[in-house]
Design a protein around this ligand. Structure first.
Ligand SMILES: C[S@@+](CC[C@H](N)C(=O)[O-])C[C@H]1O[C@@H](n2cnc3c(N)ncnc32)[C@H](O)[C@@H]1O
Length: 246
């Protein structure tokens, strides 16, 4: 599939969600039983960031990321800002959190949420995670929630992540990976790409890319399997939370 076309379709899909709060990362849109994001429950943590939670995540990276006061945190594909706002509370007034998203409508919505919530240590930048709008070695912790699977070039994403992290910095990302052989008709479906299914890499390949980029101490912190279509056993999908250090 053409990479530019994929990005345009993904952008269109998430622009619509930002405008209407329709369903997002799900193989069969709005089918609650199949929705990836039913795997995620922010619980009490989510109450005061509810407006920013559009139900698009597949994990809770902030829970495992070891973010500290004063850190500079980067969120790849920040959507309406849910994880940025959670991280903002932890880094405190001396830290800051930068969200990057390629969809203008998401950036607009996140900025409105930031003003409404009184978050003064956050910033939202329009940009592509394959070419991050950040200086080299400026980030302590990078997080991401159900986004990297949407990028056509995962190598570039992890290379960019490596570039912007400080030495000793780390990432904690939640994402979708696959196991078994996912059929070509699913792989080639652009709607399923936007739904976080078709672009997901095999778990071993995903970890190999991270290792080849130069990250150390790579570890899967959390994993939840699900099948699509329902009941299939030959292949499947997993929502994983992975960390790695520069
Ligand atoms: C499934 S949503 C997740 C949003 C957010 N992380 C959350 O958990 O609510 C995916 C987001 O990633 C953004 N996105 C997809 N591909 C991107 C890319 N290549 N660069 C930057 N943002 C991207 C979309 O615009 C969308 O806001």
């Amino acid at each position: 599939m053409d990479k530019t076309n994929i990005k345009n379709e993904v952008r269109k899909h998430y622009a619509e969600i930002a405008r209407e709060r329709s369903c997002g990362c799900a193989p069969s849109c709005c089918d609650k039983e199949d929705t990836i994001t039913t795997l995620v429950d922010y619980g009490k943590r989510g109450e005061d960031v509810a407006e920013a939670n559009l139900g698009l995540g597949c994990g809770i990276p902030t829970e495992h990321a070891g973010i500290k006061q004063g850190d500079t945190v980067l969120d790849l594909g920040s959507g309406a800002g849910v994880d940025v706002f959670l991280a903002s509370k932890t880094v405190g007034p001396k830290g800051r959190v930068i969200g990057v998203d390629m969809t203008q409508e998401m950036i607009d919505r996140a900025r409105v949420n930031a003003v409404k919530g009184g978050y003064t240590n956050v910033e939202f930048r329009l940009g592509d995670i394959e070419s991050l709008p950040l200086e080299d070695a400026t980030v302590d912790v990078a997080i991401s929630n159900c986004v990297i699977n949407l990028a056509p070039d995962k190598h570039r994403v992890f290379m960019e992540l490596f570039r912007v992290l400080k030495i000793g910095g780390h990432f904690t990302v939640s994402d979708i990976v696959t196991f078994g052989k996912v059929p070509e008709n699913i792989r080639k479906d652009v709607e399923m790409w936007a739904g976080c299914i078709a672009g997901a890499l095999d778990q071993q390949e995903y970890l190999k890319i991270i290792k080849e980029t130069g990250f150390k101490n790579i570890r899967i912190i959390d994993a939840k399997n699900f099948s699509y279509p329902k009941g299939n056993t030959d292949y499947g999908f997993s929502s994983v939370t992975v960390e790695g250090y520069k």
